[in-house]
Design a protein around this ligand. Sequence first.
Ligand SMILES: Cc1cc2nc3c(=O)[nH]c(=O)nc-3n(C[C@H](O)[C@H](O)[C@H](O)COP(=O)(O)OP(=O)(O)OC[C@H]3O[C@@H](n4cnc5c(N)ncnc54)[C@H](O)[C@@H]3O)c2cc1C
Length: 397
Amino acid sequence: MDYDIAIIGAGPAGLSFALSLRQSGLKVAVIEKQPRALLASPPYDGREIALTHLSKKLMTQHGSWQQLGPENIHQLNAASVLNGHSDYQLYFDAPPGNDEPLGYLVSNQQIRRSVFAAFAASHAATLIDDVSVTRVQTEKSGGYLTLSDGRTVSASLIVAADTRFSEARRQMGIASDFNDYGRSALLCVMEHEKPHNHTALECFLYGGTLAVLPLSEYTSSIVITVNSAQVSNLLNMDEVTFSQEVSTRAGLRLGNMKQCGERYHYPLVGVHARRFYSQRFALIGDAAVGMHPVTAHGFNLGLSGQDLLASEILKAREKQQPIWSNTVLQAYQAKHMPNTRLLYHGTNTVVGLFTDDRLPARLLRNAVLRVSNHLPPLKQAIRQKLMNKKHPSLRLL
Ligand SMILES: Cc1cc2nc3c(=O)[nH]c(=O)nc-3n(C[C@H](O)[C@H](O)[C@H](O)COP(=O)(O)OP(=O)(O)OC[C@H]3O[C@@H](n4cnc5c(N)ncnc54)[C@H](O)[C@@H]3O)c2cc1C
């Protein structure tokens, strides 16, 4: 075999996985279709990613958190959820006596840049860049990849981190639950008159949702989710009209807002693979579970999943057992599947309820917010999800 492990995709999940294995002595390759220069210096893509404390811990262990620079890390101290035109809000912040924030906001650009910088400094794996994997095949004897330039790569284990539209997953015959929400997210950085006090707003408006994510004091990233047919209206508005539109949607809570960056848009699709492994093959990152962004779990799950798989591999290596065996891969799935399945379907339920503008749903939404506000265990569970530094120990499925 050329390698012990071949990772398809040098996105943040694939590179973090290589970093988790950096001291294992395993021979690892990462194959990526983008050139190295673009990985080292990725463009801004509009995404501001909400990171949990567990994600911060894992990135710190990898050395990628240290590469971010404090100016690129924004604290998230509290969050408010609003329904329709009502001022009633579900509000939660860090528990009293805790001097840590609820979570952190970091742009996807900075995450990609810092993870790549840590990877490049670590010599964790060989990077085969500027070339795509076109064929994935595994047999009892090993895993085999064909690259777009005709080269072949063999490895004892293949790990796919090749986006939520994973071609490797499809070629390996792993079925997935796929959800096209029929909606698109429009993202943009805005300046505003009033300070945000590091509080995120999630406004479930009628006809679309608006999230306001706090960055530097008078700047926030906004995410508007609308029916895909309506997104071109927002994209085509001139800057003044767009700024007024966003200020109005935010109920002037931050005063007048002004567009200060480009607008980006993403069609929203979610995917959850029914299995996370097959013979000598495993899925991590968005290739395993690609979430709707409303609950901000995507990359957080990607980071925890790669850590769970790496831990199982390291355990097997310590016991001098094969790192590619079904026992190892099954143990990874048993730890990662229950949590992701619950969050994937739970998020889809939230999306379904909070994007249904019919009267019964509007009333139910109001009731959900009021009940949740008076349910300390629920608020505690949400806080814990953000602030816990350990993997959840869920064993439901
Ligand atoms: C609007 C939006 C908001 C989001 N907000 C949040 C948030 O608040 N919190 C959060 O945790 N997550 C969030 N996410 C999700 C987060 O961005 C993703 O989970 C994360 O970027 C996925 O990382 P990845 O490495 O799995 O995949 P990707 O970043 O998609 O990387 C995959 C890599 O594989 C490469 N590749 C693909 N196919 C091949 C091939 N055949 N051969 C070689 N290379 C290949 C690609 O070039 C790419 O570099 C959001 C997503 C969106 C769209």
